[in-house]
Design a protein around this ligand. Structure first.
Ligand SMILES: Nc1ncnc2c1ncn2[C@@H]1O[C@H](COS(=O)(=O)NC(=O)[C@@H](N)CO)[C@@H](O)[C@H]1O
Length: 427
C-alpha cells in the first residue's frame, strides 16, 4: 500500500507504475473518492464542533434561566445530531471503499527494473556454472526419480488429487537434508531460524500482498478465518502486525521454514510432469525487516541474493539471475530478481528462487512500524528471498548430477546432511 499523501502529490508516478505493472486501478476514481471522504469528514467534524459549542451555550442559557433561548439551542442540537447520525455511516462506508481501493495500488518499481509485459521480458543479468554435457542419454528428473525409486505420484494423486506427489527413499532424505543445509548456512550467518504457522488469518495475507488480488491461489479452511500459506513470508509479515519496534531491534533477519500450499489457479496444463509445479511443497525462506532507508533495503536485497547464490553454488548447479520486468514482478515489489537453475532435460533455466524488496509497501498493509533514532515512528522496510524450495530444487539437482551408470552424485556440501552418502544408486 502507498501513502495517500504520496498518491495525491505523485499522481502521475503512481499512474505510470500501474500502467507498467498492467494494473487496471483507476487512480482518478480513487482520488475522487478520497476527496469525498475528506469533505464528508470535515462536515462531520464541523457538526461535532458546533455541538460542543451549543452544549456550552445551553449551560449558559440555563444558568441565566433563559428557557426560551435554551430550548432554541436544544432544538439546534437535535438537528445537528440528526445530521451527524445520517453522515457517519456514509463516511464509514466511503472510508472502507477507499481502503479497499488503496490495497490495489501498486508500488513504484525501481528505475533499474526493465519495462516488460511478462516473464519473457525479464532480463538475464548474470550466468554462473558450466552446463553439463552428457556422453550418455540423460534422463529428466521424473524418469530418474522413478528409476531410483525416489517418487510415487500415482498413489499420492489417489490420496490428494492432481499436482500431488510423495518423495521416497533418497528424495525424502534429500529434501530434509536441503532444508537443514539452508537452515544451517543461514543460521551461521546470524539469521534467526524460525518454523512458522502454515495457517494464517486474512490480515496476514493482506499484509504481504497476497490478498485481495491473489486470493484465488490460497486454500481456505472452511468456516474459520484461517488460510494455508503459500510461503512463510505471509506468516512472518503477519507476526509483526500493528507492532512498533525499537530502532535498536532492527534489522530482524529470519530464516523461516514452512510447508507451502498453492492452488496454482490458472496454470492448467503447465508443468504437469513430475514435481515442478505442485500444490504442497517445503521452503526455507529468508525474511528481513529493516529501517526505512532505500540504500539499506538495497544492501539487504543484495545480501539475500548472495545468500541464495552461495547455496546454489555449493550444490554445484549452473544458474542465471534475471532482473524481473514490470509486467511480471507483481504489485508490491520495488525490485525483484529471480534465480533460475539449469534444467538439462528442458535445455533451459527454470525459476528456483525469487528475491524481492518492497520498501514500506507491505509494512503499511500490516502496519509494522519502528521508532527511529529521533523518536519518529515510521513504517519499516521488508524484503524476502527463497533460500531453498523443495522439491523444485531437486529437479536441477538430480538432473545435473546424474551419472552414466544411472546414479546421481550428491554434492560435497550436502553429504554431511545425508549421513555421508555420496551417490544415490539404483538398487
Ligand atoms: N507451485 C509450486 N510448486 C513447487 N515449487 C514452487 C511452487 N510455487 C513456488 N515454488 C517455489 O518457491 C519459490 C518461491 O516462490 S515465489 O512465489 O516465487 N516467492 C516467494 O514465495 C517468496 N516468499 C520468496 O521465497 C519459487 O521460486 C519456487 O522455487
Amino acid at each position: 500500500m502507498l501513502d495517500l499523501t504520496f498518491i495525491r502529490t505523485n499522481t502521475d508516478a503512481v499512474k505510470e507504475a500501474a500502467r507498467l505493472k498492467n494494473n487496471p486501478i483507476d487512480i482518478n476514481a480513487l482520488l475522487e473518492l478520497d476527496r469525498r471522504v475528506v469533505s464528508l469528514q470535515q462536515e462531520v467534524e464541523e457538526a461535532r464542533a458546533q455541538q460542543n459549542a451549543l452544549s456550552k451555550k445551553i449551560q449558559q442559557a440555563a444558568k441565566e434561566k433563559n428557557v426560551e433561548l435554551r430550548n432554541q439551542y436544544i432544538a439546534q442540537g437535535k438537528q445537528l445530531s440528526e445530521a451527524i447520525k445520517e453522515k457517519e455511516p456514509l463516511l464509514a462506508q466511503l472510508q472502507e471503499e477507499r481502503y479497499q481501493q488503496l490495497l490495489l495500488v501498486p508500488n513504484i518499481p525501481d528505475p533499474s527494473t526493465p519495462v516488460g509485459k511478462d516473464e519473457d521480458d525479464n532480463v538475464p543479468i548474470k550466468y554462473w556454472g558450466e552446463k553439463p554435457t552428457f556422453e550418455f542419454p540423460a534422463l529428466d528428473h521424473y524418469d530418474l526419480m522413478q528409476k531410483l525409486e525416489m517418487v510415487d505420484i500415482e498413489r499420492a494423486v489417489k490420496v490428494a488429487g492432481s499436482r500431488s506427489y510423495s518423495l521416497k527413499g533418497a528424495a525424502a532424505r534429500l529434501e530434509l537434508a536441503l532444508m537443514n543445509f539452508a537452515f544451517d548456512r543461514l543460521s551461521r550467518k546470524g539469521y534467526t531460524p524460525i518454523i512458522v504457522p502454515s495457517m494464517a488469518r486474512d490480515f496476514a495475507f493482506v499484509g504481504n500482498g497476497q490478498f485481495p488480488k491473489g486470493r484465488d491461489q490460497v486454500y481456505e479452511i472452511e468456516g474459520q478465518d484461517l488460510f494455508l500459506v503459500g510461503t512463510a513470508e505471509v506468516s512472518i509479515t503477519g507476526m509483526y502486525k500493528d507492532e512498533i519496534l525499537k530502532a535498536e531491534e532492527l534489522p530482524l533477519t529470519y530464516v523461516g521454514y514452512s510447508p507451502c500450499f498453492r492452488q496454482e489457479a490458472g496454470t492448467y496444463g503447465k508443468d504437469t510432469r513430475g514435481v515442478f509445479r505442485i500444490h504442497q511443497f517445503n521452503k526455507v525462506e529468508q525474511y528481513i525487516i529493516c529501517e526505512a532507508d532505500t540504500a539499506v533495503s538495497v544492501q539487504w536485497f543484495e545480501e539475500l541474493e548472495r545468500n541464495a547464490e552461495e547455496l546454489i553454488q555449493a550444490l554445484e548447479l549452473p544458474y542465471r539471475i534475471v532482473n524481473v520486468c514490470t509486467g511480471d514482478m507483481g504489485d508490491g515489489k520495488v525490485g525483484m530478481h529471480d534465480i533460475e537453475c539449469w534444467v538439462p532435460s528442458e535445455n533451459r533455466y527454470r525459476e528456483t528462487h525469487s528475491c524481492s524488496y518492497f520498501h514500506d509497501w507491505q509494512a503499511r498493509r500490516a502496519n509494522i512500524r519502528y521508532r527511529d533514532a529521533e523518536g519518529k515512528v515510521r513504517f519499516v522496510h521488508t524484503l524476502n528471498n527463497t533460500a531453498i524450495a523443495s522439491p523444485r530444487i531437486l529437479i536441477p539437482l538430480i538432473e545435473n548430477h546424474q551419472q552414466p551408470d544411472g546414479s546421481v552424485r550428491i554434492p560435497e556440501a550436502l553429504r554431511p546432511y545425508m549421513g555421508g552418502q555420496d551417490y544415490i544408486r539404483p538398487r
